[in-house]
Design a protein around this ligand. Structure first.
Ligand code: COA
Length: 149
């Protein structure tokens, strides 16, 4: 396992590798067009990457304000070769902290989880609120929420 740090993307190299990972994990298998991994409000959100000593982006996620005292997490992706090592959990903890600090006060964190990721978020303190949208005609999502005390 490579050595890694969690950092905000800070250079063209970071952004290029972040979007490559997003596309590969969250778009490619559903035949989505290149460019569909870029969200129009990415420049207003805060972002974090897991960056390795081999200059790879191993995981990425972002947070933005989604309501009064509420933030939303989107685009969580861990490279398939590096899953199960705790990177997703560490990145989630980091983005929750920097998101809560940046958009203070934050009382709730919400996200729309792909069905396969629901157990991951449940293990990290999120509850399913309700089914939400179906992406690309096949991927059922669930609205999940964590309340901060
Ligand atoms: C879901 C995902 C982010 C998890 O990342 P990861 O780095 O493999 O997860 P971690 O190794 O940090 O696991 C953290 C905990 O969640 C559990 N977990 C992770 N994935 C799980 C799964 N699919 N089912 C059940 N438990 C899971 C782990 O066992 C671990 O439990 P522990 O804290 O008791 O040891 C990753 O699999 C992924 O990128 N999936 C594809 C993209 C995706 O679905 N993104 C979410 C979009 S909403």
């Amino acid at each position: 396992m490579a050595n890694w740090n969690i950092i905000p993307p800070q250079s063209a190299e970071h952004w290029e590798k972040l979007y490559e990972l997003r596309y590969r994990v969250l778009r490619k298998d559903w035949n989505q067009a290149p460019g569909s991994e870029i969200a129009p409000d990415d420049d207003e959100a805060i972002h974090a990457i897991v960056f390795s000593n081999k200059r790879q982006v191993l995981a990425c996620c972002r947070a933005h304000r989604s309501g009064d005292a509420q933030i939303q997490l989107r685009y969580m992706a861990v490279d398939p070769a590096f899953r199960g090592y705790g990177l997703g959990k560490a990145l989630l903890k980091y983005i929750e902290k920097v998101g809560a600090d940046r958009y203070e006060p934050v009382h709730q964190i919400i996200l729309h989880a792909r069905e396969n990721a629901v157990p991951f978020y449940e293990r990290n303190g999120y509850d399913v609120i309700s089914p939400s949208h179906v992406l690309f005609g096949t991927i059922q999502h669930f609205l999940m929420m964590k309340t901060l005390v």
